[in-house]
Ligand binder design. Structure first.
Ligand SMILES: Nc1ncnc2c1ncn2[C@@H]1O[C@H](COP(=O)(O)OP(=O)(O)OP(=O)(O)O)[C@@H](O)[C@H]1O
Ligand SMILES: [Mg+2]
Length: 278
């Protein structure tokens, strides 16, 4: 199984795979919420300009009230005014950064969020800005991580300078994928990207675990796939295919909120116990 992240003293973790739709966002959400549920303080970062994780976890801006509507009884907690793209831009432009303006505190108990709401992130942040921001962002994240038990980052299905800068700021990578022959090439690609990020930035980044999502024993040749992936010598976890996953997502809930007794929740708990807290 290998040592846990806690044993290794690593607490900044990216959930990454360049392939789309393999369960990165669902895995980030439920690992983060599962860790918070057992009393860990967690910062989640939505590193995907699509902002899916922000949609699931973040606060929505209040609908402007009509002038004659009654005043709200208490001041609603607002979404963070700034998002990750603005943070990266501020770092690239060497502006002084008050990090609290970028964090939505307590989106769930024990869970804070740096949101992404900017689908134009890639356009607004040119390669030069991203390169300029990369090392400052890594330093800032390392400092922030001292205030949390875990920092978890969702990433986008891409491998441009933005993804590299985000991965380079992490200490370990958890890779969700599906049991398919195509996943082998995808896995090789993300492992080599992680190695390149580590070399480029002169730091170690640990490929920590593979998480096969939507695992079904009836998939033909599953034992053959298990053997194929064993050659990567990484701890392997499986999250069963479960209708509760899409259902919980539709309701903008974590599995712990929507279906804590589901097999999928049990499978995420196992990763948390063995691979994070162990
Ligand atoms: N264990 C599971 N059982 C059933 N469906 C699942 C499971 N895990 C994920 N899914 C579904 O798979 C789809 C893709 O999941 P998700 O959005 O997390 O992938 P992603 O890698 O983040 O995608 P993208 O690359 O677009 O960001 C979603 O519809 C989700 O509900
Ligand atoms: Mg996603």
């Amino acid at each position: 199984m290998g040592p846990s992240l806690r044993e290794l003293g690593l607490n900044i973790v990216a959930v990454a795979n360049q392939k789309g739709g393999v369960g990165k966002t669902v895995t980030t959400l439920n690992l983060a919420a599962g860790l918070a549920r057992v009393g860990q303080r967690v910062l989640v970062i939505d590193g995907d300009p699509q902002g899916n994780l922000t949609l699931l976890l973040g606060r929505r801006a209040a609908v402007p009230a009509s002038p004659d509507a009654p005043a709200p009884a208490s001041r609603a907690r607002k979404p963070s005014p700034h998002d990750l793209s603005e943070l990266l831009l501020a770092i690239a432009e060497k502006k002084s950064v008050a990090i609290s303006g970028f964090i939505e505190k307590g989106v769930r108990r024990g869970l804070d969020l740096i949101p992404s709401r900017n689908r134009r992130m890639r356009l607004e942040l040119g390669d030069t800005e991203i390169r300029a921001a990369a090392s400052g962002f890594a330093t800032l994240l390392a400092r922030l991580a001292e205030h949390y038990d875990w920092v978890l980052m969702d990433t986008s299905p891409s491998n441009g300078p933005l993804e590299r800068a985000l991965i380079a700021a992490c200490e370990a990578v958890v890779i969700p994928l599906e049991f398919q022959l195509f996943s082998v090439a995808g896995l090789e690609a993300i492992l080599s990207e992680v190695r390149e990020c580590a070399v480029d930035h002169g730091r170690e980044i640990r490929a920590h675990a593979l998480v096969f999502v939507k695992a079904e024993n009836k998939v033909s040749r599953i034992d053959e796939y298990r053997k194929v992936f064993a050659r990567f010598r990484l701890p392997v976890f499986e999250i069963c295919r479960s209708e509760y996953v899409p259902r919980s997502i539709e309701r903008r809930k974590t599995l712990w909120e929507a279906a804590p007794a589901s097999y999928a929740a049990r499978d995420y708990s196992r990763i948390i116990d063995k691979s994070f807290l162990g």
